[in-house]
Design a protein around this ligand. Structure first.
Ligand code: FAD
Length: 388
């Protein structure tokens, strides 16, 4: 059993980083990376930005060169789906019947686009999502000059897509169910800033607007909102968030807590199974609770960390979370988590599109959102890392 390979399920950014780290830290045993997508591990952030705008090739999305698997002696099984885990027998079962034994297992299964299960019209032609290369290729293929697009969800991905598609002069409408765009993640001042930014570039934004149905004969023709309003459209992008892919963990009897629950060393409730990246809900010493992050920072850092833990390290994973979003020529960079803030302070000049919002709970700094101020972002990461 100890001679069985380490298996990583999920060939995304986190799974890739874990394979690289295992080899860099001297692990010479068998290493199996299983992912259901046909592509080698790639970066997702450009999907809603440069790749969608046609400014980045498929090749440049890839995290590593074509010889990576050979060079690092990785048994990569792409286009393969893992059906189940047998934790007692330490085996994973692949679709098609193959079963592979493991010594340690890392779940890096990520998230998937959230679906609204009972929404009428969701299966019409012209309804799209934004998670994978295949999703973006389907959108690009469907876009014709002057296509009208309704984006459901005014979060980061919805707004990034709005900005990318406005550069081709498409007619873009954003439907947001809450009072303001980005409501779950930023303060009202920043929501207003981004609302104004998009409106000034020609995006029609509807807030407090609940989608009731997508309608059309076979393909999308219009959306209907709860207040009765109908908006004609050729395409719908569902951008209403993501949910952790936890079925394997659930079926294996692992603890689930808005993601696969782990301790501060990325270990799940089974001592031979670890979880990292978007799918994991880890105990954070910094925040004294379980948190789940959907960011490149976390996918990379936790992937590295889980690799070390599988090789016996007891080091605690306790990062300062950070994230970014690109919309038009604006780069928003976020350090920390703003949840629980009771006041904000602003530095810089909003009218010059260069300012930072600092979020506090009492005197304690929680988070800094920097707009076109990379230096303020870097300093905030250092400042937050130095807080006890
Ligand atoms: C459009 C978009 C834009 C983004 N922009 C930013 C950004 O600007 N900044 C930022 O910090 N973050 C951004 N993110 C988030 C970031 O890309 C993710 O946090 C990161 O990719 C998570 O990596 P992961 O490896 O944990 O999961 P994923 O990338 O989701 O990889 C998991 C993989 O596992 C596969 N899988 C799942 N279950 C199985 C199974 N049973 N068998 C086989 N394979 C399986 C999945 O299909 C997937 O390929 C963006 C994400 C998207 C979608």
């Amino acid at each position: 059993m100890a001679n069985d390979p380490i298996i990583i399920i999920g060939a995304g950014q986190c799974g890739q980083k874990a394979t690289e780290t295992l080899r860099q830290q001297g692990y010479e045993g068998g290493l199996v990376l299983i992912g259901d997508e046909p592509h080698a591990p790639y970066q997702r952030p450009p999907l809603s930005k440069a790749f969608l705008k046609g400014e980045m090739s498929l090749e440049r999305l890839m995290l590593k060169g074509p010889d990576y698997f050979d060079q690092f002696n990785i048994d990569a099984r792409l286009s393969r789906w893992v059906e189940s885990i047998d934790p007692a027998g330490r085996r994973v079962l692949l679709h098609g019947g193959e079963s592979v034994a493991y010594s340690k297992l890392l779940l890096a299964t990520g998230t998937r686009s959230r679906k609204i299960p009972v929404l009428p019209g969701l299966d019409l032609e012209g309804v799209h999502y934004m998670r994978t290369i295949a999703d973006v290729q389907a959108i690009m293929q469907a876009l014709k000059p002057e296509t009208r697009i309704a984006i459901i969800g005014g979060g980061y991905i919805g707004l990034e897509v709005a900005s990318a598609l406005r550069s081709f002069k498409h007619d873009v409408t954003v439907i947001e169910g809450m009072e303001r765009v980005l409501q779950r993640v930023v303060c009202p001042q920043l929501s207003d800033y981004f609302h104004r930014l998009h409106s000034s570039r020609g995006v029609a934004i509807h807030v407090n607007a609940v989608l009731e149905a997508i309608e059309g004969a076979g393909r999308v023709e219009r959306i209907r909102l709860r207040d009765g309003q109908e908006i004609d459209t050729d395409m719908v992008l569902m951008a209403v968030g993501a949910e952790p892919v936890c079925e394997l963990a659930e079926q294996a009897g692992l603890t689930i807590e808005n993601g696969v629950s782990t301790d501060e060393t990325c270990r799940t409730s089974d001592p031979n199974i670890y979880a990292a990246g978007d799918c994991s809900s880890f105990f954070s010493k910094r925040y004294q609770r379980h948190i789940r992050l959907e960011s490149v920072q976390n996918a990379i850092d936790q992937g590295k960390h889980a690799a070390g833990a599988m090789l016996g390290s007891a080091e605690v994973y306790d990062p300062v979370p950070w994230f970014w979003s690109d919309q038009y020529e604006i780069k928003l960079q976020i350090a920390g988590l703003s949840q629980g803030y009771d006041r904000t302070e602003v530095e810089g000049d909003e009218t010059e599109d260069a300012f930072a919002v600092r979020y506090f709970a009492g005197d304690r700094l929680l988070c800094v959102d920097a707009v076109n101020m990379p230096r303020a972002h870097m300093m905030a990461r250092r400042e937050l890392a130095n807080l006890d």
